[in-house]
Design a protein. Structure first.
Length: 610
């Protein structure tokens, strides 16, 4: 399913929005400068009037009111204009980055998800799922750690067929919601770091601080007594004794509950910023009007009955602000103490947590899922010719028509057809150096990662059944761990072979299998490993430079076949077409490459001369 023809071309739409946001930014920049100048003029007028007032007897002090009011009004107006200017500039940056992605200039921009990289993961390292220039960096537009965590989880583990279908429907609908993606992108920069899921969940599940009825009633009685005492003292000339009596009772009463008040205040201030940011993100998501059932279900998670979650959090935030004023504002704190306000505010905050704290987990989950879906929808929108794959059931099968690598620039990407599954369980790919063997493995693997996350794929057509992916491509030795290259290689192979024992069928992708040992042992080991996988419920692709390994296809019959990539020499330069050819490669380019690099080589090795 490609992008509907009624949807605007992403490049045209992005450029149109960029031009409009740039116009707004220019307009607000001019307005910002003029207001700054006006503030300066009003300030100087105020200073001049002040000098006149102090040096003449005819000037009245109320003359200062006009410039003072004007100055305050300009400050408020300036703050609004500055905020809109920053928002417009952020929008300009957002659409400039989006256009750069369309022009394949995205590597190194945005979050790369490097913290999710795991050397032991079955495929993420070999398929460039995380890190600079990775699939994650290409796709992610998440503004919260929650969204990034969810997206990373989806790219790290294949979903089941039903879940993939549900995500496809959601992504297909969301890719038209460009306004929502822009609104999320324009949230303040601190959103990403300050929305801490762990702190919020811990706080929401903590045992409540109980404020008993007796304490609340006592606080009300003392507040009434304090108010009456102060009123009598100030307006009726009564004795200070009643007020002193109230204070004698109030001080130990307040002290007995002060530790609980400080604890609640400290905890809500730890999560207060996160809650405020969560409310900002929820405000954007709450505005969404969705059609497909899965998105409506996610939206339902935000329903608390009556007010939306963002408004509920705003209520709590107001209470937190009042509590902070009671404890920190040197002018208001004495009044709050006399009126017992901290007791009531702590009770109100804890009542909110008791009523809505259990919803926070649902809100966080909804934010994570909607952000991850929105990121994949943005990728789908920017690649309108990429279809959603057809999901299959039954035996493992992959059929790709004109499949290309999603991370390669369109000008450099060469597409190929490939099919494995059914009777054919193994494809062995031979070819010369730099001819495209490893890229072919990554092309299939990366597209399957996208497919099993619910995203569109880089192909004309793509059919796939859910599979577990296991790769052995980038293998490194370890001096610290005392592991040789070959030991690391067989350790990796063992971990992938073990995946074949799981319920989900295995797709294995091996680049230069068992490189690092002699040809005799390599062939025996390779044949044994691949035969055991093929005889099980696994399918796979294997590359090799060692042409002796291509002979293991013959005893496997229809379950295996050879294909190859080749090169040619034109005008002393090596050329590659990166097209799959049937059968085994007929020549090697290793010696020619060495000569092209300036190494002097004999035609025959000296050890072979007589």
């Amino acid at each position: 399913m490609a992008l509907p023809k009624t949807t605007p071309d992403p490049r045209i739409e992005y450029q149109s929005r960029l031009d409009e946001r740039q116009r707004l930014a220019d307009m607000y920049a001019v307005r910002d400068g003029r207001i700054s100048a006006a503030r300066g003029v009003v300030f100087l007028i105020g200073i001049a009037l002040l000098v006149v007032i102090f040096n003449t007897s005819t000037a009245a002090a109320w003359w200062m009111c006009l410039p003072a009011v004007l100055f305050v009004g300009l400050v408020v107006w300036h703050a609004r204009v500055t905020a809109r200017l920053e928002q417009a500039r952020s929008a300009v940056t957002y659409f400039e980055t989006a256009i750069a992605r369309l022009e394949d200039n995205w590597s190194g921009t945005g979050a790369d998800g490097a913290r999710y990289a795991d050397p032991q993961h079955p495929y993420s390292g070999d398929l460039d799922v995380f890190g600079r220039g990775s699939l994650f960096q290409l796709i992610s537009r998440a503004r919260t750690r929650l969204g990034e965590d969810t997206l990373a989880a989806w790219l790290s583990a294949p979903a089941d067929r039903d879940t993939i279908g549900v995500r496809q429907q959601a992504i297909d609908e969301l890719r038209r919601h460009l306004d929502m993606r822009e609104d999320l992108a324009l949230l303040q920069s601190e959103v990403h770091d300050d929305l801490d899921q762990t702190h919020l969940l811990h706080w929401s599940n903590e045992p409540p601080t109980i404020v008993g009825v007796f304490r609340r009633v006592a606080a009300i009685i003392l507040a009434i007594a304090a108010t009456a005492s102060v009123t009598g003292l100030l307006f009726f000339g009564t004795s200070s004794a009643p007020l002193l009596l109230v204070l004698i009772i109030e001080i130990p009463f307040a002290y007995s509950f002060s530790r609980q008040i400080r604890h609640v205040a400290a905890r809500v201030n730890e999560v207060g910023q996160g809650l405020e940011i969560l409310a900002e993100v929820l405000t954007v998501l709450e505005k969404g009007q969705f059609e497909c059932e899965s998105l409506r279900n996610i939206h339902t998670q935000l329903d608390t009955g009556g007010l939306p979650p963002s408004k509920r959090i705003a209520q709590l935030h107001a209470r937190i602000e009042r509590l902070n004023n009671c404890l920190r504002n040197q002018f208001f704190a004495p009044i709050a103490f006399l009126l017992g306000l901290p007791v009531h505010l702590v009770h109100s905050i804890e009542m909110w947590r008791g009523r809505y704290g259990s919803h926070i987990s649902d809100w966080l989950t909804a934010v994570g899922e909607l952000e991850a879906l929105s990121a994949l929808a943005g990728y789908a929108y920017e690649n309108p010719s990429d279809p959603f794959p057809e999901l299959l059931t039954g035996e493992p099968l992959i059929e790709a028509v004109d499949a290309g690598h999603p991370l390669l620039a369109s000008s450099e990407c060469v597409s190929n057809d490939l099919s494995v599954g059914g009777e054919l369980r193994l494809i062995l790919i031979s070819g010369s150096n730099m001819s495209g063997k490893s890229t072919m493995l990554r092309t299939i693997g990366t597209n399957i990662v996208l497919a099993l996350a619910g995203a569109p794929v880089r192909a004309k057509e793509f059919r796939v059944s859910p599979v577990a992916i296991g790769t052995a491509m980038r293998v490194n030795d370890s001096l610290q761990e005392g592991k040789s290259f070959f030991y690391a290689a067989i350790s990796r192979l063992k971990s992938i072979v073990d995946l074949a024992q799981n319920e989900l069928p295995l797709l294995f992708l091996f680049d230069e299998i068992l490189q690092g040992t002699n040809s005799h042992d390599r062939r025996i080991g390779t044949e044994a490993i691949l035969s055991s996988l093929v005889e099980g419920d696994a399918i796979g692709l294997v590359t090799t430079h060692d042409l002796a390994l291509t002979e293991i296809v013959e005893p496997l019959g229809v379950r295996a076949k050879n294909i190859h990539f080749e090169d040619r020499i034109e005008d002393g330069k090596m050329k590659f077409d990166y097209r799959i050819q049937p059968g085994v490669v007929k020549k090697s380019n290793a010696l020619e490459l060495m000569r092209m690099m300036g190494l002097q080589l004999d035609t025959e090795p000296k050890s072979g001369r007589k």
